[in-house]
Structure formats: C-alpha cells, structure tokens
Design a binder for this molecule. Structure first.
Ligand SMILES: [Zn+2]
Length: 207
C-alpha cells in the first residue's frame, strides 16, 4: 500500500494553513528551493478528477487505491494543486503514477512568485471538489492537515516546514549476516545483503 509523499523534493512552505488567504483551510504553499519553477510529483498513484482553468489551473488528484495515512489510517485521498501555468498535458481520467512529475509550480491565478498551492482531503473526490469556506475562499472537500496526510523520505529536503512535523518513511537497511542467527522480531519483510556464494538458511520455528 502506498504512503502519500510530500509532492516536492524541496519543502519550503511559504504560507501555512489558517494564514492570510488560507484562512479556514488547511492549504499550504510550497515554493521549492528557489524562485524558479520546480516539478510537483504525484504523492500517490491517482487519477485526475477535475481541472479548473478559470482560476489557478487547480487540479484534483484522487488516489486509485486506499493509501496509508501517517497515523495508520487507511483511506482514499484526494488532493488539490494550484498555480501551474500550463495544464494542457492533463485531462480528467488521466492516470498518474506515484512520484511522476505531473504538475509544476507557477503563478497562474492569485499568486506572487512561483509556488504550488497544496490541499489534502480525506476520502474520494466528492461534490464539486471544493466548498466556499467562512472566509470566502474555496477549499477542498473533507480537508485534512497536510502533515496528517503526507509522509517524507530521504529524497525530500526539508528547508522550511513552517513548524509542521511530517512523519518520515525510514528506509529499511539490509542486514549483513556473518555466521549469525537472526530471529525476526516480528512478521515483516527483511532485506539480506549477500556476498557471492554466501548461503542463507531460513528455519521454520515451531510455534
Ligand atoms: Zn495558497
């Protein structure tokens, strides 16, 4: 099962949720390493559900399968991205693979400087995808805080997390065996680094 990944390789959150134009929403703006335009990577394998070209070229991506939230919850996820200058490569129904660069930072709509507006929603795409909140801003349906939805891993540089702590996916390091007995502490997938001609024997233990 996929763990949704933060969609930029450079986390630099320039506006958090409940701030300014993000009042009454859990939207964040990510501006990447610098003022240039950086790609936005699909956090999970998903399908494009809606494209709204009249404003900030907002794109809604719904996960194809349920995903694992950082608190262990399993559910579908729908995210909305904004400000890409050109979405002509996208269409409703297009399938995007996890980690595929499918969107970009930009300035389309109400934006000062290249960045991507990011919102997370729990569950599948519903209704028109967004609702007008109490402050008059359009915000994703079933909104949820980004740090309660997205994971980070070693491929993501955290430059400024705006005080939000994202859970990290730890890479499983292979264990080297040298005439050693290793008893698996729990049922899981284990990696073994083997040198040429080295032999590993898996023993079935009686219950
Ligand atoms: Zn924004």
């Amino acid at each position: 099962m996929e763990k949704p990944l933060f969609p930029s390789k450079n986390m630099r959150i320039t506006q958090g949720y409940e701030e300014g134009t993000h009042r009454d929403s859990y939207a964040i703006d990510n501006a990447g390493a610098d003022y240039g335009i950086e790609p936005i990577y699909a956090p999970y394998t998903g399908v494009v559900k809606k494209i709204y070209e009249n404003d900030a070229n907002e794109v809604w991506l719904e996960s194809i399968e349920p995903v694992e939230y950082p608190d262990g919850t399993v559910d579908y996820m729908t995210m909305m991205f904004g400000h890409c200058n050109d979405v002509s490569n996208l269409y409703v129904g297009k399938k995007i693979n996890q980690n595929e660069a499918f969107y970009q930072e930009g300035t389309k709509g109400n934006a000062t400087g290249n960045h991507c507006h990011i919102e997370c929603g729990k569950g599948k795409f519903t209704g028109s995808g967004w609702v007008k909140n109490n402050s008059g801003f359009w915000s994703i349906e079933n909104r949820k805080k980004p740090e309660e939805c997205l994971w980070i891993d070693d491929s993501i540089k955290v430059l400024d997390n705006n005080g939000y702590t994202f859970k990290k996916i730890e890479n499983k390091k292979p264990t080297e065996f040298v005439d050693k007995t290793f008893i698996a502490p729990k049922t899981d997938l284990y990696g073994v680094y083997l040198k040429k001609n080295q032999k590993v024997k898996i023993e079935k233990l009686s219950q």
